[in-house]
Design a protein around this ligand. Structure first.
Ligand SMILES: NC(=O)c1ccc[n+]([C@@H]2O[C@H](COP(=O)([O-])OP(=O)(O)OC[C@H]3O[C@@H](n4cnc5c(N)ncnc54)[C@H](OP(=O)(O)O)[C@@H]3O)[C@@H](O)[C@H]2O)c1
Length: 234
């Protein structure tokens, strides 16, 4: 119960990496708010996590985001951890084939969405000396042959630099800002790319440990940040 008394907000907490993260934070004593767009799935997921509530919100809508943070504070009076996890993956296309709406949609969710939540959370994290964990991607670190998801790569690369900017801007308030850059993880997002045994074997072989990651492994990295890094820094 190492996070007992702490309140965490996990965006995109209804499935995949966000769900696994919310679960591990809750198992370690935190009260967890999960948020996602699909109300039914969110409701079901919140029931599977002890000490969790689901608040439906579309990360593209400023008022939805404000409302999630306000309701969190109304209900639990504090916010300690924000996990900026919600994200989408576009259709694979070369840059000149992407239309501007597709480009904007990815940036709106994966980048401006993280800005919206962080902006609303900062005043509360300042009070608790809290923590922000951004879920970026290895696609934000380097270009991959045949990846062809430029808006995604751009959003994830921007989130890595924003992590560094926010860490500098808010260090004086003892807010820690960190980023995780997973390789391929076994979730709904990557299922369409692993329909055949051959696809799966290719994906596995692309990773040094010989397999893709599991959502629980990324969730454990979040826990490492919360438990180990916190002890080093504060
Ligand atoms: N899977 C991978 O291989 C991988 C690798 C590196 C990084 N990542 C990153 O890890 C994060 C989680 O990925 P995942 O694989 O767990 O994805 P996922 O299984 O597809 O889940 C995505 C989550 O984001 C939410 N979301 C999407 N659009 C939203 C919107 N407009 N408003 C509110 N919530 C929204 C979804 O909720 P709804 O269903 O309600 O829309 C869902 O809860 C993403 O940022 C992704 O880019 C994933």
């Amino acid at each position: 119960m190492r996070l007992s008394g702490k309140v965490a907000l996990v965006t995109g907490g209804s499935r995949g990496i966000g769900f696994a993260t919310a679960k591990i934070l809750s198992e370690n004593g935190a009260t967890v708010v999960i948020t996602a767009k699909d109300q039914e799935r969110l409701k079901k997921s919140a029931l599977e996590i002890p000490n969790a509530v689901g608040i439906t919100a579309d990360i593209r809508k400023r008022n939805d985001v404000k409302s999630v943070v306000n309701k969190t504070i109304e209900k639990f009076s504090r916010l300690d951890i924000l996990v900026n996890n919600a994200g989408i993956f576009p259709k694979i296309k070369l840059l000149h084939e992407i239309d501007e709406d597709e480009w904007n949609e990815v940036l709106d969710v994966n980048l401006t969405g993280q800005f919206r939540f962080t902006k609303e959370a900062i005043p509360h994290l300042k009070k608790t000396g809290g923590s922000i964990i951004n879920i970026s991607s290895d696609a934000g670190l380097k270009a991959y042959q045949g990846f062809n998801a430029d808006a995604y790569s751009a959003s994830k690369a921007a989130l890595i630099l924003l992590t560094k900017c926010w860490a500098l801007e808010y260090a004086k308030y003892k807010i820690r800002v960190n980023c995780i850059c997973p390789g391929v993880v076994d979730t709904d997002m990557t299922k369409p790319f692993m329909k055949t045994q051959k696809d799966r074997e290719f994906m596995d072989s692309e990773h040094p440990i010989g397999r893709i990651g599991q959502p629980e492994e990324v969730a454990k990295a979040v826990m490492c940040i919360e438990l180990i890094l916190k002890q080093i820094i504060l």
